[in-house]
Design a protein around this ligand. Structure first.
Ligand code: ADP
Ligand code: MG
Ligand code: ZN
Length: 476
């Protein structure tokens, strides 16, 4: 039996306004090669100057990971040639990274948890992009010099499930901290997966392969599965030493297999040396103070939602997994009179079932204020929970209508007027004297009949709870 060993490297693109070492804008939807300058084009004589905003974001991440933040860190050159890297080296932090010895807790569905050690995270500059266009390849350097934080774990994960839990948690934290948009499809959260296997019980680490740039959680899970299968088969067939070597492999999303891309360079190949053009990166005490005050993170928010609003573990986990959903919920709960039960059901069941295609909770026609207003009308008994579904359908199609206007237009207002309901109850009781007799003689099942008749008389608009109370009182 084999044990799977996984270590993860994640490149997070930071959402600073300008690049790491120059004042070019960090947005990529512009015409190719327009967000460039002598520094990020690596023209001779141009010198890099560190963007302090990057340090702020690093302090925030380090704090979230409970890590040591090196108030003095240094930059190093990692030499390699690639067409999209005009410097022929990358500025990174090799010897003294800004963040060291952090950790992140993952939570399994059955309630267990596990701590994954984050060995270090360092600041580095991104490369440009090669664009392949028929027979020719072009280079766009708009991305060249964009700040990245590379976050590297110890080889602590033992299954694809653990790897995905770690990645989702890290992703969520980046979004909570708002230090990057972490969009996997667009490459602002890039994952390299290091995988090896070993006989169960063995402590030693065996040869790992690194699988690069897989752009969804689903494909990461698949890539790990097929790579583990490949390594295990090689071992069982007695060809492990011949077939498994330290290398970089590519995941083929169509064939669902990993393929050798290039032999893995050893650190010596990169000829790391201290970057001579930059001063050390210094995080001042004031900076530490200011940026270590980070927003409430997903785990803390989950625990608070449980204690403050009485949510169960599951719903609290679902709602706090993404910062958008968590803030949506908080806005709903800040609406007068809204109960957690109503808000949870609208937010986790009713709204998601109405979001299609590109529509998500951030661009839905029904925003948090509106869904809060809808919850309010359920909780103050203006409409029933059932009628609320129709109102929500209507609101999704009619962005400009308010909740109250929609209720009015659809004629879904419940009758909560005691006098009106009482009159209806009296009518039903008067019309059914023999049923009243039977009920009073002990046939309690008949109670439902009276409720049903009254609801029918009101065309479903009476508040069922009020009907119940009045009938109970009248029938004794
Ligand atoms: P490099 O700098 O060459 O990429 P590192 O030693 O920094 O190599 O490791 C990179 C990643 O690979 C880390 O996340 C680490 O945990 C992981 N790793 C190292 N050895 C193994 C192994 N035998 N199996 C799985 N992952 C490993
Ligand atoms: Mg690496
Ligand atoms: Zn520039």
């Amino acid at each position: 039996m084999f044990e799977v060993v996984i270590g993860l490297e994640v490149h997070v693109q930071l959402n600073t306004k300008t690049k790491l070492f120059c004042s070019c804008a960090t947005s990529f939807n512009h015409t190719q090669n327009t967000n460039t300058c002598p520094t990020c084009l690596a023209l001779p004589g141009a010198l890099p100057v560190l963007n302090k905003e990057v340090l702020h974001k690093a302090v925030m991440l380090g704090t979230a990971l409970g890590a040591t933040i090196n108030q003095t860190s240094y930059f190093d050159r990692k030499s390699y040639f690639y067409p999209d890297s005009p410097t022929a080296y990358q500025i990174t932090q090799f010897y003294t990274p800004i963040i060291q010895n952090g950790s992140l807790e993952i939570n399994f569905e059955d309630g267990r948890s596990k701590v994954i050690r984050v060995g270090f995270a360092h600041i580095e500059a991104d490369a440009g992009k090669n664009i392949h266009d028929g027979d020719i390849s072009k280079v766009d350097l708009n991305r060249s010099g964009t700040p990245l934080l590379e976050i590297v774990t110890q080889p602590d994960m033992r299954s694809a499930e653990e790897a995905i839990l770690y990645l989702k948690k890290l992703h969520s934290i980046i979004r909570y901290l708002d230090i990057g948009d972490a969009n996997m499809q667009e490459g602002s959260f890039r994952v390299d997966v290091n995988v090896s296997i070993r006989p169960k019980g063995d402590e030693k680490l065996y040869t790992r392969v690194e699988i690069k740039n897989i752009n969804s959680f689903k494909f990461i899970e698949k890539a790990i599965a097929v790579e583990v299968a490949r390594q295990s088969e090689a071992w069982e067939d007695g060809v492990y030493d011949e077939e498994i070597c330290q290398e970089t492999r590519l995941f083929d999303q169509v064939k669902i297999e990993t393929r050798s891309m290039r032999g893995k360079e050893a650190a010596a190949d990169y000829r790391y040396f201290p970057e001579p053009d930059l001063l050390k990166a210094v995080v001042s005490d004031e900076m530490m103070q200011k940026y270590s005050k980070i927003p409430e993170l997903p785990d803390a928010k989950r625990d608070r939602f449980i204690s403050e609003f009485g949510l169960n573990e599951y719903n609290a986990g679902v709602i706090t997994a993404s910062v958008e959903t968590a803030h949506f919920f908080e806005t709903m709960m800040s609406t007068e009179g809204v109960t957690a039960k109503t808000a949870t059901s609208l937010l986790t069941v009713e709204l998601p079932s109405r979001l299609k295609g590109d529509i998500n909770i951030s661009n839905s026609a029904v925003n948090a204020e509106k869904l809060g207003a809808l919850a309010q009308r359920i909780d103050d008994k203006t409409i029933s929970a059932k009628a609320a579904k129709d109102v929500l359908d209507f609101l999704m199609e009619n962005k400009d209508m308010s909740v109250d206007e929609s209720i009015e237009k659809l004629g879904l207002k419940q009758v909560t007027d005691m006098g009106a309901i009482e009159a209806m109850c009296d009518e039903i009781i008067a019309a059914n004297p023999e049923k009243v007799e039977q009920y009073k003689a002990g046939k309690e099942k008949l109670f439902g009949f009276f409720v049903g008749q009254t609801m029918k008389a009101s065309k479903g608009a009476a508040n069922p709870q009020v009907v119940n109370e009045i009938l109970k009182a009248k029938l004794g």
